[in-house]
Design a protein around this ligand. Structure first.
Ligand code: PAP
Length: 334
């Protein structure tokens, strides 16, 4: 069978996309597919809606990734503060290697420093060279818990999971795709249409509910392995969570660091205000030829959904939230 890459589907992170093996082609042909945004379709893979542009990378990641005990996996539902979490964890973990003024984050976007292991590294190369990464290796992914490679679960590597109230997540995602696509769009783009799909669970890495509940339940069972965080909490008391992340990763702040104000400095450095004002995030492009870095920074607020959702949309989502999350103990501030 001829190996092809659909020209209309380009990787988000620049570079070449690996070609599919015959075996993968067979799997792909058997999957339900829906048109999502112009940029890609969604494939129903292992119970979640997988962006077609990432599927080969995701399969390779599942097959080949060998986690190390020292690895740190940053896992998020898309548009829940991934960029922020990457900046925070990178800075906390590397704080003794360089001062903030000489941090690589001053000149490199967080998504390049902490790559998506599946959607970036394994999409570009079926056997990426992961040896060269400094220890601890820090990787990002949006994969649901049930689909993670076994070695992540079987080693002592740690997972930090971040999610966000689904109302703001939806609005953030909607804006993101408009900015990625620009005005030359043929795909679905009205708020109403996307809302309908989201209510059916059809969105990148959705359904939202299964994703958050998967990690929520696992974090209750394995609290030393999985730290479950919410965007709204990070906004409300960032200093507390900077310390909590450091404790969880076994690199707590010393008394001396606390007295010197290191926690406050890291929090300020990774803040929306500071990150958006760095030249690299104002004018740079991801991996040189990917989308503009500034698409990862929009408003950075809790409650922006109030400017977009109608009362009936709010009612629908609140009802769904109650149906899906009620009784789980997982709630969201909005
Ligand atoms: P991703 O999952 O595609 O990597 P992600 O970083 O999760 O994207 O989503 C971007 C959102 O995080 C944006 O939210 P908004 O659309 O509601 O504004 C972006 O503004 C927000 N964001 C990025 N950096 C920060 C930060 N340092 N602090 C708070 N919010 C941030």
């Amino acid at each position: 069978m001829e190996k092809t890459v659909d020209d209309s589907q380009k990787p988000l992170f620049g570079g070449l996309m690996v070609e599919s093996s015959d075996q993968n082609q067979e799997i792909l042909l058997s999957l339900a597919r829906v048109k999502y945004w112009d940029h890609y379709d969604l494939l129903q893979y292992q119970g979640f809606w997988c962006p077609s542009v990432f599927i080969h990378g995701i399969i390779a990641f599942q097959k080949h990734f060998q986690a190390l005990d020292s690895d740190i996996m940053l896992i998020t539902f898309p548009k829940s503060g991934t960029t922020w979490l990457k900046a925070l964890v990178y800075t906390i973990v590397n704080r003794t290697r360089h001062g903030l003024e000489s941090s690589p984050l001053v000149t490199i976007n967080p998504h390049e420093l902490v790559p998506f292991i599946d959607a970036h590294l394994y999409v570009q190369n079926q056997s990426p060279d992961l040896e060269g990464f400094p220890t601890p290796r820090i990787f990002g992914t949006h994969m649901p818990y049930a689909s993670l490679p076994h070695s992540i679960l079987n080693t002592n590597c740690r997972i930090i999971y971040l999610c966000r109230n689904p109302l703001d997540q939806f609005i953030s995602e909607w804006h993101f795709f408009h900015r990625v696509q620009g005005t030359q769009t043929k795909g679905i783009h009205s708020l109403d249409e996307v809302f309908e799909m989201i209510c059916q669970g059809i969105q990148s890495f959705g359904p939202f509910w299964e994703h958050v509940l998967g990690y929520w339940e696992a974090s209750l069972e394995y609290p030393n392995k999985i730290l479950f965080l919410k965007y709204e909490d990070l906004k409300e008391d960032n200093l507390f969570y900077v310390k909590k992340i450091a404790d969880f990763l076994r690199c707590p702040f010393s008394k001396e660091e606390e007295i010197q104000g290191v926690v406050e400095e890291i929090s300020k450095f990774c803040s929306f205000e500071n990150m958006t004002n760095l030249e690299v995030n104002k004018s740079g492009r991801l991996m040189g030829n990917g989308p503009e870095n500034n698409i990862y920074f929009r408003k950075g607020e809790v409650g922006d959904w109030k400017n977009y959702l109608t009362p009936s949309m709010l009612g629908c989502l609140e009802k769904l939230m109650e149906e899906k999350l009620g009784g789980s103990g997982l709630t969201f501030k909005k």
